[in-house]
Design a protein around this ligand. Structure first.
Ligand code: ADQ
Length: 464
């Protein structure tokens, strides 16, 4: 069997099967164990001004971890710069937040070339290479220029924008051309795949030569839709066993019979936190009977604090939650509990299960795993209701959720009211098919289907 080479910007902690890093890491570890192979990426270390070509390799069973440090400049330009201040906002349709620095752009391509230079000598001719996410789009074209002919796949975890948004990015053609160097490019939803095809075709960069096959820049390559899943059974089991968790017990005790609404998101402008808090506030204003009866818990670890937009938002959201509590709360009732910390998976599963409603209202999201984790964690006899943004990839699959427009405060408020008053029979009817779906299409199935498609793609591309 061919070895599998996984390349991602961050590599999860070694040797724990990825358990600490969540479902995606667990699934990729399982695939690596099955094939044998290597996980290559940034070590997470900043080497300051010191450039080094030193690879840190560790063997754990049949998996090699190959990590590289990046310099302060590399991190500023490649990671905090082009990846997180140009590609991330633009791919989430936020042209207003996109920074088109040419210096960062050059750094992004330079670091991809550097990764390729270190990776290429480690690759054997029949290895299969699977590259993850927007940080590493140019990797395959760099490897091809170094003469590698391996099967290479790419999966984009975030949305792909429509042509008019993408074309605002100065190097948009280089980005599209880079993707044509892969044999298979995978997206989360049909919408993303359609947007990508439209970008390719509208500017004449390439043409469709089969339902899922494109001809561009002298290469045939496949495209596919692979909605990512979670470890559904693990979450369901953790949730069912969570009554013994200390944090979950403390939460239950503190609720003292009040109903819980929950939101769990990294602190990121794509997650729609401000709009969600406004929607909750509107719900309380328009449903006076809910005062003193409900609590909204928002668990939000800080992320990417080195990017200025994130530091600003940190302040904005904390102030907004404080203002709503100040104007709506009472001496014995704080409507919003806003906490900036990570929570262990068992506790998270228990909190999801305790909640009458899960609020997942991103302005734009590739998939959104929290939506699926919330569904997986529910009590089948008394499930909570998912209030879900129509602009999350998960909305394509979770059709028993109450779908909302996350920009519309009234819509969020109305959906919360509906969720809080929904009879148990309707909750079960909505929840059951959603659970069955995410159980069948879990993260292991996702990983398997991408790899199977990647193994088939070249044969298909040649034949068409
Ligand atoms: P993210 O933008 O990080 O992922 P999401 O899919 O919601 O978004 O995943 C977040 C993960 O972090 C979840 O597993 C969640 O449980 C965890 N998490 C969040 N807050 C936490 C907290 N306070 N404590 C502990 N854990 C917490 C990107 C894309 C998504 C896509 C994923 C996977 O932006 O659209 O779904 O990749 O492809």
């Amino acid at each position: 069997m061919s070895r599998l080479i996984i390349v991602s910007n961050r590599v999860p902690a070694l040797g724990d099967g990825g358990a600490a890093a969540g479902g995606l890491a667990v699934a990729l570890h399982a695939a690596l164990e099955q094939h044998g192979g290597m996980w290559f990426g940034w070590s997470g270390e900043n080497s300051g001004d010191k450039e080094s070509d030193r690879l840190q390799t560790t063997e754990v069973g049949n998996i090699t971890y190959a990590l590289v440090d990046l310099t302060k400049r590399d991190l500023e330009e490649y990671y905090a710069g082009f990846a997180n201040r140009a590609l991330w906002p633009l791919f989430h349709y936020r042209l207003d937040l996109t920074d088109f620095s040419r210096r960062d752009m050059a750094g992004y391509f330079r670091v991809n070339r550097y990764f390729a230079r270190l990776l290429a000598p480690l690759i054997r001719p029949d290895d299969i290479i699977w590259v993850h996410d927007y940080h590493l789009i140019p990797l395959a074209s760099e490897l091809r220029q170094m003469g590698l002919r391996n099967r290479m796949g790419f999966f984009l975890h975030i949305p792909w924008p429509p042509p008019d948004v993408l074309f605002a990015l100065p190097p948009h053609e280089t980005i599209v051309r880079s993707l044509s160097s892969y044999d298979l490019v995978g997206f989360q939803t049909e919408f993303d795949a359609e947007n990508f095809a439209a970008c390719l075709i509208r500017e004449g960069f390439g043409s469709r030569v089969g339902t899922q096959v494109f001809d561009a820049y002298g290469r045939l390559f496949g495209m596919g839709v692979f909605p990512i899943g979670i470890e559904t059974q693990t979450f369901a089991e953790l949730a069912a066993a969570s009554t013994s968790d200390v944090l979950v017990e403390r939460m239950r005790h503190s609720l003292d019979g009040m109903q819980l609404l929950i939101g769990v998101d990294r602190l990121d402008y794509s997650k729609g936190l401000g709009e969600r808090i406004q929607g909750f506030s509107r719900y309380i204003e328009t449903n006076p009977a809910s005062r003193g009866k409900v609590v909204y818990l928002q668990v939000t670890p800080k992320s990417r604090s080195e990017v200025p937009e994130y530091a600003d938002m940190q302040k904005e959201i904390a102030e907004l939650a404080g203002r709503v509590n100040g104007s709506l709360g009472d001496v014995d009732w704080t409507p919003i509990r806003y906490i900036n910390r990570t929570v262990k998976r068992q506790a998270l599963a228990g909190l999801y299960r305790m909640a009458r409603a899960g609020l997942v209202t991103p302005l734009r999201d590739g998939m959104n795993l929290v939506a699926k984790e919330f569904i997986a964690s529910q009590d089948p006899e008394d499930p909570g209701v998912l209030v879900l943004s129509r602009f999350a990839g998960a909305a394509r699959e979770l059709d028993g959720a109450l779908l909302v427009n996350p920009y519309d405060t009234e819509d969020i408020a109305t959906a919360i009211a509906r969720a809080m008053n929904m009879p148990v029979a309707e909750r079960i009817e909505r929840w059951t098919p959603m659970f069955e779906r995410i159980d069948k299409h879990d993260v292991m199935a996702w990983c398997h289907s991408f790899l199977e498609a990647l193994k088939r793609t070249r044969v298909m591309a040649r034949a068409s």
